[in-house]
Write a protein of this length. Structure first.
Length: 202
């Protein structure tokens, strides 16, 4: 098949996406300025802010309906240092560091809140059902699907999957002379499982 024909199909698909995007712009789900054009001339969506908005809306619902997402009705009913919202936010902000460091970075650095110990965080985390993360995932998925109604095969997506390892950039800071293995500058490697939508070419 000629390359031009493939590009025409991609353009037609993106045109439909753009039409749907304009419809949802009135509801605030997607704004016209969220569209960007890169140097290659391909149109793509700058969805980061909109995904964050859907993410926050999902967390707001969970916080206002704790009985649905906790193992007991008594949990997260009093005003504590580690609220339900802070526990969920900390989990989603985990990095390649210790649990205490991740808690400090999110609570103290980002939220300017009080620090909580790792043991206290683990106790609060045990009170949350797995349903919390399923709900957030499904809300984000449904929101993205509404932006651009994709092609499906008998109601199902056809996805190609492959995994690769990528080195992550680290600060170029030399290690101290005689530093132990744990205190030396670390090279971080992240494993990515990439999914490709075969029917919608994305």
């Amino acid at each position: 098949m000629p390359l031009l024909t493939i590009e025409q199909k991609k353009f037609s698909f993106l045109t439909k996406c753009l039409t749907n995007a304009k419809k949802f712009a009135a509801s605030g789900l997607l704004e016209e300025e969220s569209l960007i054009v890169n140097q290659g001339g391909r149109i793509m969506y700058k969805l980061l802010k909109k995904v964050k908005k859907i993410f926050r809306q999902a967390i707001r619902y969970i916080v206002t309906h704790p009985n649905e997402f906790t193992t007991s009705e008594r949990f997260f009913t009093r005003n504590r240092k580690l609220t339900l919202e802070k526990v969920i936010g900390t989990i989603f902000s985990f990095t390649n560091s210790t649990l205490s460091s991740s808690i400090y970075d999110y609570l103290v650095v980002n939220l300017k809140s009080q620090f909580a110990t790792a043991s206290a965080f683990i106790q609060q985390r045990k009170k949350i059902k797995l349903k919390v993360f399923e709900y957030i995932f499904n809300k984000i998925r449904d929101g993205l699907i509404e932006l651009c109604r994709p092609k499906r095969f008998y109601g199902m997506f056809i996805l190609a999957c492959d995994g690769s390892d990528f080195p992550m950039p680290t600060e170029v800071v030399p290690s101290d002379p005689g530093a132990s293995g744990y205190s030396k500058v670390q090279n971080v490697l992240i494993h990515v499982n990439a999914l490709y939508d075969v029917l919608n070419h994305q």
